[in-house]
Design a binder for this molecule. Structure first.
Ligand SMILES: Cc1cc2nc3c(=O)[nH]c(=O)nc-3n(C[C@H](O)[C@H](O)[C@H](O)COP(=O)(O)O)c2cc1C
Length: 185
């Protein structure tokens, strides 16, 4: 059982990263092998819509660090995508990654590598937990539509300073629980 986490925040000690890491800790506690990758440290180009993937059984024609992400996802049983809320949406780093998952869409991915479980993580500064709820569910539905099984979603408000979320016991507890759930498969 392998679980891989992708973090779409560019900040050192990011709240998003802490939440993703805590999910991985929960998964590891339950026996999973885990790995965390920071998307902002990876060289991931935008999707070029070249359709190479559709003509080549899901192989993306752009040979950058997304190739690492593709292989990590293929090998994993579950993955996590975490992002800060930037302008009411996911960060650009997370969006580049998401667009590039087009290569796994309708190219026989599930048949070859199995359906992957997934968890989504969002960190925001706005104190209203309902403010971006529609966007979070919209994103969740999109990943379900893409063929992933979104098991759970973790969101946290009022995180302006890196590391703040560590003091939010309820959020950290939920993160661990999601990790244990992902590790069950
Ligand atoms: C470019 C930018 C746009 C942002 N837009 C929003 C926003 O629309 N709503 C919000 O609540 N917070 C917004 N924020 C604040 C971050 O979402 C918030 O600080 C988040 O917890 C950062 O996560 P991190 O610690 O993982 O980087 C924005 C921050 C930046 C830098």
């Amino acid at each position: 059982m392998k679980v891989v986490g992708f973090v779409g925040s560019p900040r050192e000690g990011s709240n998003t990263g802490i939440m993703v890491e805590e999910i991985l800790n929960g998964a590891s506690e339950a026996g999973a092998e885990t790995e965390l990758l920071n998307l902002s440290k990876m060289n991931i180009a935008p999707c070029k819509a070249c359709m190479h993937c559709k003509e080549n059984n899901g192989e993306c024609g752009t040979k950058d660090d997304m190739q690492i992400a593709y292989s990590k996802i293929r090998e994993a049983d579950a993955f996590i995508l975490g992002s800060p809320v930037y302008m009411w949406q996911m960060s650009a780093q997370a969006k580049l990654f998401t667009d590039r998952l087009f290569a796994n869409f309708k190219t026989g991915f599930e048949e070859k590598y199995g359906q992957k479980d997934m968890a989504l993580v969002f960190s925001q500064n706005n104190p209203d937990e309902n403010m971006f709820k529609e966007y979070f569910y919209y994103t969740r539905n999109m990943f379900d539509f893409l063929g992933y099984n979104v098991v759970d979603m973790l969101t946290s408000t009022e995180n302006s300073i890196p590391g703040e979320v560590k003091n939010k016991k309820e959020v950290m507890g939920r993160a661990r629980k999601i990790g244990r759930e992902l590790a069950k498969g």
